[in-house]
Design a protein around this ligand. Sequence first.
Ligand code: 2HA
Ligand code: ZN
Length: 265
Amino acid sequence: MESLKPTIEEIASVANYLWQKGWAERNSGNISARVTGMLSSGFQISASPDVSLLQESFSRLAGDLFLVTGTGCRMRDVYQEPEDHILLIRITTEGDRYEILFPVSEKIPDLQPTSELISHLMIHQYLKEHKPARKVIVHTHPSELIALSHSPVYKEERVLNRLLWGMLPETLILVREGLGVVPYRTTGSIELARASIRALRDHDVLLWEKHGCLAVAPSATEAFDLIDILVKSADILFKCLHAGYTPEGLTDDQLDELRQRFNHT
Ligand code: 2HA
Ligand code: ZN
């Protein structure tokens, strides 16, 4: 497990950011990371790993290893005691089951993976094939972005991205593809996962209408950053609106100039 420690610690740090930001009420949010090949060769798999059935078959993830936050776990607890709230699971060779290899926590004996496991695995399966460097998924509930998704005007993807890019240059520079808006689907459903995969073709960060955000990146920190930048823009927008005026926003020419100048960032 030693070799997984840096990844576990990074997930724990990001769990803390989510809690500190106010995006992780009670057990909301979840994080997973594909860590296949990262276990040191001496690691002994527990003698009788727990094997659970998946509703879907994940043949392209057969044998893959994932770190996933536990269902019902608070992000603040993931931060405080990562090894008790993050599981290591392996997809079986048939791809229709997973084994819990670790922690099989002493504190929480029946710890199971996040309720969004199916979404995470479906998305990981897509990422492995189409965006293999992106191995981490972060899902969280940032109030400002959720609030925008309650407006029929702002939840229109083109309108929303134009608005958020216009709040400060960094948003366009760092989230060039903008947010992909995913229409409302039930939490934890296969429909939500499918709609997310469609949106991930063109985006690395999604806004699940009236629910939250999901970001994919090479690391948990980078996934967090994508959401954080967009929240900053939304925050500026709300501050202007609360102060009683509509923000001017960057002009089309200013945005075009940024696009040209920061073409390769
Ligand atoms: O993990 O946020 O979407 C709890 C959730 C479900
Ligand atoms: Zn959620």
